[in-house]
Design a protein around this ligand. Structure first.
Ligand code: KIV
Length: 271
């Protein structure tokens, strides 16, 4: 029977998402930034919402996520937390706010106190110690590998990562080390579908793909892309508003298409 999205009946926890991975049930994630959208996500059954530092570009008009501050993240996490009492709320930690484990602990504390249930940090094995320190102290962590936008200047642009054997091997090793350190979720952004599948099959934490094919445990899209607000939308995204006709319908269609294995299609995927 095709899945029809409906209001979340109870709060989603890390354990809910782990169980969904075990049961092979995909979950939905949306990056969004304000209370009304957060409330709509709850009504649509979106299991996880990400207050992404993409808000630097989607809301604040910057060219990258690098200028985003703790104060801006806290402002938006608070708004999302006011609008949604059921989805698991992840808050991004801005550029250079987790460069050392001490900074990570102090700044993650502020994001959690703003209403997040988990923090997200970008980077590989160098963050294993930080993941252990945060999770040992009760702060769930979502790791982020592949295209990590805070490193855009090191990566030489917003490019697909892991296409050659060396970088694919590095991403696999990073995922294994972050899993071992206790990370709770892993975002895989702009990596070949086959690599995302290998990682998803090899780690215990659920994976959330964006431009990572259909074999991750969950999908995430940015609300601006779902609603066709982005001037030059990325290949992996889809404007669901065109077919749906209104905003609740667009979110509903995105959720249904992910759950029913319709989105992402080959045209949204990298090889
Ligand atoms: O900041 C963000 O919205 C993100 C997603 C694109 C995964 O990191």
């Amino acid at each position: 029977m095709p899945y029809t999205p409906s209001e979340l009946s109870k709060p989603i926890t890390v354990q809910t998402l782990r169980k969904m991975k075990e049961d092979g049930e995909k979950f939905i994630t949306v990056a969004l930034y304000d209370a009304p959208m957060a409330a709509m996500a709850q009504r649509t059954g979106v299991e996880a919402v990400l207050v992404g530092d993409s808000l630097g570009m989607t809301v604040l008009g910057y060219d990258s996520t690098i200028p985003v501050t703790m104060e801006q993240m806290i402002y938006h996490v608070e708004a999302v937390a006011r609008g949604n009492k059921k989805s698991l709320i992840m808050g991004d930690m801005p550029f250079m706010t987790y460069a050392t484990p001490e900074q990570a602990l102090a700044n993650a504390t502020r994001i959690m106190q703003a209403g997040a249930h988990m923090v997200k940090i970008e980077g590989g094995a160098w963050l294993a110690e930080t993941v252990k320190i945060l999770t040992d102290r009760g702060i769930p962590v979502c790791a982020h590998l592949g295209l990590t936008p805070q490193s855009v200047h090191k990566l030489g642009g917003f490019r697909v990562q892991g296409r050659d054997e060396d970088t694919a091997g590095q991403i696999l090793t990073d995922a294994a080390e972050l899993d071992e350190a206790g990370a709770d979720l892993l975002v895989l952004e702009c990596v070949p579908a086959q690599l995302a599948k290998r990682i998803t099959d090899s780690v215990s934490m659920p994976t959330i793909g964006i431009g990572a094919g259909r074999d991750t445990d969950a999908q995430v899209l940015v609300i601006n892309d779902i609603l066709g607000l982005t001037e030059k939308p990325p290949k992996f995204s889809k404007n669901f508003l065109v077919e749906a006709g209104d905003i609740p319908g667009a979110l509903h269609k995105y959720a249904a298409d992910v759950k029913n294995g319709i989105f992402p299609e080959d045209s949204h995927t990298f090889s």
